[in-house]
Design a protein around this ligand. Structure first.
Ligand SMILES: Nc1ncnc2c1ncn2[C@@H]1O[C@H](COP(=O)(O)O)[C@@H](OP(=O)(O)O)[C@H]1O
Ligand SMILES: [Mg+2]
Ligand SMILES: [Mg+2]
Ligand SMILES: [Mg+2]
Length: 357
């Protein structure tokens, strides 16, 4: 008797749902009006974020009605702004996958505008340590999305707090896994021909990459981190936003490690995907304040994809990221992702520079 690969249905639905949402975000990306509004924390959100969240939750609800969902956005601002809501509805109702069979697997289109708002709000679960919880970032790196840099559509499944499936769609990354991490990957990297990558991982099954929008889902190629012996030639990446990660501490760390290349600054979980496929080596995210708690949707997919590609991911204290404490990584501080062979060395220098030892 043959048994299906673990989580194969969850993986397939997550990949199709991310592909469909990326069709929507790309449409918005090429539109001059992105319907940007400012959230209560002064961060931006666009009609692309809301639309992508509605489409992905619709697919999850159809396939896994019992599962909890922890998603970044909520519909409150749309319920009090009919014009914004109808702009999003125009996008959502007119975005579908080319294959009608695939559309059928996702449950087809969202019935109406009011159902769309309710779907967006289904992402309000508190998360936690028990049961199945999907975590969704419809557009990660909204600032990158707005400036024409990197962004990612991110979906992951947690079971009892442990990441089992991670899928990250990066419309602006080069398809070629060996394309080096250079500064221009971070900016003016629009989704021209040859761009758009879908990273996936299932716990214990490895990580893959494939073109985001063309070809068969089964075409994924195994990816792995670059074996690295000499840190002098390593490349490291970090946020574009200095408010999200301390860039002067990271420069000191790089110098102490003997890294000679300047950091590559790029938005979103495209950083995790890039190091997982060996285009870069190290991802540092150093806290800028004691009070900010990282969000689980900003890290769950990337954490699994990097670990399945042969990497280690911890916080600055050396602890694994704990996705089971709620909507945030309340018990962690920052992120250090690196190939297994050098992670301890990198962590040691991080702790020295941050005064943690
Ligand atoms: N002060 C802060 N410190 C760390 N991360 C922050 C932050 N303020 C916002 N963020 C998060 O940083 C994410 C982007 O990550 P990066 O800097 O790696 O591109 C944002 O995701 P969204 O763009 O989905 O809101 C947001 O959740
Ligand atoms: Mg946001
Ligand atoms: Mg995010
Ligand atoms: Mg987001």
């Amino acid at each position: 008797m043959s048994t299906a690969a673990p989580y194969s249905r969850e993986l397939q639905i997550a990949q199709l749902a991310v592909q469909r949402a990326a069709i929507l975000t790309k449409r918005v990306f090429h539109d001059s009006a992105k319907g940007t509004v400012s959230k209560s924390d002064a961060s931006p959100v666009t009609i692309g974020d809301f639309g992508a969240q509605a489409l992905i939750i619709s697919a999850l609800k159809h396939n896994f009605p019992q599962d909890q969902i922890v998603a970044e956005e909520e519909a409150a601002a749309l319920r009090s702004d009919g014009a914004l809501s109808s702009q999003i509805w125009d996008l959502v109702k007119s975005t579908s996958l080319e294959s009608s069979e695939a559309e059928g697997l996702l449950g087809g289109s969202v019935p109406d505008e009011s159902a769309m708002l309710d779907l967006i709000d289904l992402g309000n679960s508190a998360g936690g340590r028990s049961g199945r919880v999907w975590t969704l970032d419809p557009i990660d790196g909204t600032k990158g999305f707005l400036r024409g840099g990197q962004y990612a559509v991110c979906l992951a499944l947690l079971e009892d707090g442990d990441v089992k499936v991670g899928v990250i769609g990066c419309p602006n990354l080069p398809v070629d896994d060996s394309a080096p991490l250079t500064a221009d990957i971070g900016s003016n990297a629009t989704d021209a021909t040859g761009r758009g990558v879908l990273f996936s991982a299932v716990k214990g099954e490895g990580a893959t990459s494939r073109p985001l929008t063309v070809g068969d889902l089964a075409d994924g190629k195994k990816i792995s981190m670059k074996p690295i012996t000499d840190l002098a030639s390593a490349s490291f990446c970090e946020s574009v936003e200095a408010g999200h990660s301390n860039q002067s501490e990271s420069a000191q760390i790089a110098q102490k490690l003997g890294i000679t290349n300047p950091s590559v600054r790029m938005d979103s979980q495209a950083k995790y995907g890039s190091i997982a496929r060996g285009a870069g080596d190290i991802y540092l995210r150093l806290p800028t304040s004691k009070s900010y708690q990282e969000k689980i949707w900003d890290h769950a997919g990337g954490d699994l994809i990097v670990r399945e590609a042969g990497g280690e991911v911890t916080d600055t204290k050396g602890n694994r990221l704990d996705f089971g404490v709620g909507r945030t990584l309340a018990s962690n501080s920052g992120v250090i992702a690196a190939p297994k062979a050098v992670h301890a060395k990198v962590l040691d220098v991080v702790q020295e520079v941050l005064g943690l030892k």
